[in-house]
Design a protein around this ligand. Structure first.
Ligand SMILES: Cc1cc2nc3c(=O)[nH]c(=O)nc-3n(C[C@H](O)[C@H](O)[C@H](O)COP(=O)(O)OP(=O)(O)OC[C@H]3O[C@@H](n4cnc5c(N)ncnc54)[C@H](O)[C@@H]3O)c2cc1C
Length: 293
């Protein structure tokens, strides 16, 4: 690994000043779970490394009905998995985290780092997109918000300026009669997914018609992929087994997954059918059980 100069600022402002001063030459490190891998592989060789892990002000989880869920960018995967507030209001997030990597990686890796790494195989972005989450980004010149759905640009490329930091992840409170689920195909528990699927389904109270659906798949394209044709198979209908199968097939047709040592593109396409169907069936069940009180 190439030598670099190391900084360990204790505030966001100090970190932003360093990013601005060494713009283009400095890189943030949080938990290092992805960053160190790409540095060791020689894909990244920053002159300056800004270690933000010590900024306690960026490590928090809050929830209220009006503001929804707010997580500081340094919230670890393990904290999300274990948070009682998240388990109560966004069970799908803690469930997703339980299947993300090993406990060691979840203890160090952060939600902010996972999203900024921009890996299309990553799990959190799919779930956050179906939850309609937004990101607060900050630089010395100000703040801006961006939807998680628009954050990923390409493989390992996100909508983040060289002098910007991700500060907070914001998730609106779930509407009543909404069910959400995440499923991923792992060779072993904690493996990066061969494919993954997150689904949210909103039912009209009373007649059980699907008013809205959002389906996002991982490791299926160069970014977390929202599959709108699959969503159309469900919206406006009383969902049954046939429609769930059609949604899976439509998602597979929209996907353009990679072939690699873990799986061929053809296999991934077959598995997308299964995992979208499975996640949609569980989301539907959750929406119905909420509807039933
Ligand atoms: C063995 C192993 C298994 C894994 N399995 C999975 C899995 O199953 N599913 C999954 O989704 N991921 C998995 N990962 C990936 C990993 O968990 C995440 O990518 C990790 O959580 C990244 O967080 P971090 O804090 O370590 O980020 P770092 O590695 O420190 O940083 C990652 C990137 O984000 C940038 N960054 C970090 N924080 C900020 C910020 N606040 N603002 C701006 N830029 C920032 C860094 O500059 C860097 O480019 C696995 C990793 C390992 C090592």
């Amino acid at each position: 690994m190439k030598d670099f100069e190391y900084f360990a600022p204790k505030t966001t402002e100090e970190s932003l000043s360093l990013l601005s001063q060494y713009k283009g030459e400095a890189k943030i490190i949080a938990g290092g779970q992805s960053m160190l891998v790409v540095m060791r592989q020689g894909l990244l060789a920053p002159e300056y490394v800004v270690d933000i892990k010590g900024i306690s002000a960026l490590d928090y989880i809050t929830y209220d009905e009006r503001e929804g869920l707010r997580m500081g960018s340094l919230t670890t995967h393990r904290a999300i998995e274990k948070s009682q507030v998240i388990q109560r209001h966004f069970g799908v997030l803690s469930e997703m985290e339980k299947n993300l990597a090993t406990i060691q990686t979840r203890n160090w890796g952060t939600m902010g780092g996972n999203l900024c790494h921009g890996d299309p195989a990553g799990d959190p972005a799919t779930v956050l997109i179906v939850l309609d989450a937004k990101l607060k980004l900050k630089s010395l010149s100000g703040e801006r918000m961006v939807a998680v759905e628009r954050f990923s640009k390409d493989i390992l490329e996100v909508d983040l300026e060289l002098d910007e930091m991700l500060i907070e992840i914001q998730v609106p409170a779930l509407m009543p009669h909404t069910g959400v689920a995440h499923e991923k195909l792992m060779v072993m528990k904690g493996d990066a997914g061969i494919v993954g699927a997150a689904v949210s389904i909103h039912l009209k109270p009373g007649d059980g018609v699907c008013e809205d659906a959002c389906i996002v798949i991982s490791n299926a394209a160069s970014v977390p992929l929202r599959v709108r044709e699959a969503e159309k198979r469900l919206i406006g209908k009383v969902i049954n087994d046939q429609l769930l199968t059609e949604a899976g097939e439509a998602a597979s047709a929209e996907a353009d997954p990679p072939s690699d040592v873990h799986a061929s593109a053809e296999y991934r396409k077959e598995m997308i059918k299964v995992f979208v169907r499975r996640a949609a069936a569980r989301a539907l069940e959750n929406a119905r059980s909420i509807e039933g009180g």
